[in-house]
Write a protein that binds this ligand. Structure first.
Ligand SMILES: *[C@@H]1O[C@H](CO)[C@@H](O)[C@H](O)[C@H]1NC(C)=O
Length: 335
């Protein structure tokens, strides 16, 4: 409790408590996953928000005190101010939809179905702090959707879902909805092209959801990686490529992404890029800023085999490369 109060004071002083990007501030509950080398639970569900890869509030306080990570640090690339939501820069102007078939979520998709022949991958999204309102991240999500994607995001405007945080079960509900044909309401979709993704606690929720769930083909982690060293052995059960987009040394996701990147199963493709934003990323910028551009390029490469997008990710000299946008990039097992 002392640690919690000390952490609260620090976070309040730095403004993080009020910020929507607050990390996994979780209730400690009984029945929580307890890591033990060699122990692999059947699913990534947990009694704490964000699932087995995430951290409880008590543990986060201890972790931050020990590591010196600062949840509120910002960098030279942090956006100044915030931009109003647009319709995205892609070919299919996009928007947020409420969908009665998927309660407690918002669907981001093109306003009108793309023309025949365009098949849309389907994505799930978890918010920073596992918050139950995706509005903070809508610029990024609308931007991705405008390139021909359907995204099922945790939460509703105002956060009135009856829970203070999202759980793995919420993201699993999105996967079930996709597989039952729910996303097809927004156009032709490809249920073999599913990624889970999220920011901070929501990113760990994305990884926990993908754990031992073969519906998920890619995992995208924004400004986050596993906090606790004793949980990293779980990475051995990650079977699909992982991409980390982190915010430089001030981001609590940065040192952990360095570790997790090295601990994936041998041969598994992985991508890791860092931009000096701090933990808050560029979500509030127009079209999700440089993170929006990077996410779209990664998805277009992975799910549509788009060569120009691949070059932006892998070739520093390519037009519009991530390196030219000041990302530091590392990748493996891709050619
Ligand atoms: C669906 O996605 C899978 C996996 O990314 C891909 O191999 C396949 O070509 C896609 N199908 C269509 C119609 O886009």
């Amino acid at each position: 409790m002392v640690q919690f109060l000390a952490l609260s004071a620090i976070l309040a002083a730095t403004g993080v408590i009020a910020a929507p990007n607050m990390n996994c501030l979780l209730r400690r509950q009984t029945g929580q996953f307890v890591p033990k080398p060699g122990y692999f639970p059947a699913t990534g569900d947990d009694t704490i928000a964000g699932g087995i890869f995430c951290i409880s509030l008590g543990d986060l306080g201890t972790y931050l005190a020990k590591s010196g990570n600062n949840a509120a640090g910002t960098g030279a690339e942090s956006p100044r101010g915030s931009a109003a939501a647009g319709v995205g820069s892609g070919p299919y102007p996009a928007q947020a939809f409420t969908d009665s078939a998927l309660a407690k979520h918002v669907v981001f998709a093109p306003k009108s179905p793309p023309p025949a022949g365009v098949t849309m991958p389907v994505l799930t999204w978890g918010n920073g702090g596992c918050a139950t309102d995706p509005t903070t991240h809508q610029n990024l999500l609308i931007e991705i959707a405008s390139h021909g994607y359907v995204i099922a995001a945790d939460g509703v405007p105002g956060g009135k879902t009856g829970a203070s945080q999202s759980m793995v079960s919420d993201m699993k509900a999105s996967l079930d909805w996709i597989m039952k044909g729910g996303a097809a309401k927004y156009g032709a979709v490809n249920t073999s092209a599913i990624a889970t993704m999220g920011h901070s606690c929501g990113g760990l929720e994305a990884m926990s959801t993908a754990y031992r769930d073969d519906r998920v083909k890619r995992i995208l982690m924004f400004n986050i990686a596993i906090f606790q060293d004793e949980k990293r052995y779980l990475l051995q059960e990650i079977k699909v490529p992982v991409a980390w987009f982190v915010g430089g040394p001030k981001d609590m996701g940065y040192p952990n992404a360095e570790k997790d990147y090295k601990l994936l199963p041998a041969g598994l493709p992985a991508y890791k890029a860092s931009l000096d934003t701090g933990h808050g990323g560029t979500f509030g910028a127009a079209n999700g800023g440089k993170q929006g551009k990077a996410a779209v390029a990664y998805l277009q490469w992975q799910f549509r085999n788009d060569e120009a997008s691949k070059a932006k990710l892998l070739d520093p000299k390519a037009a519009g490369s991530l390196v030219s946008d000041k990302w530091t990039v590392e990748y493996k097992n891709w050619t």
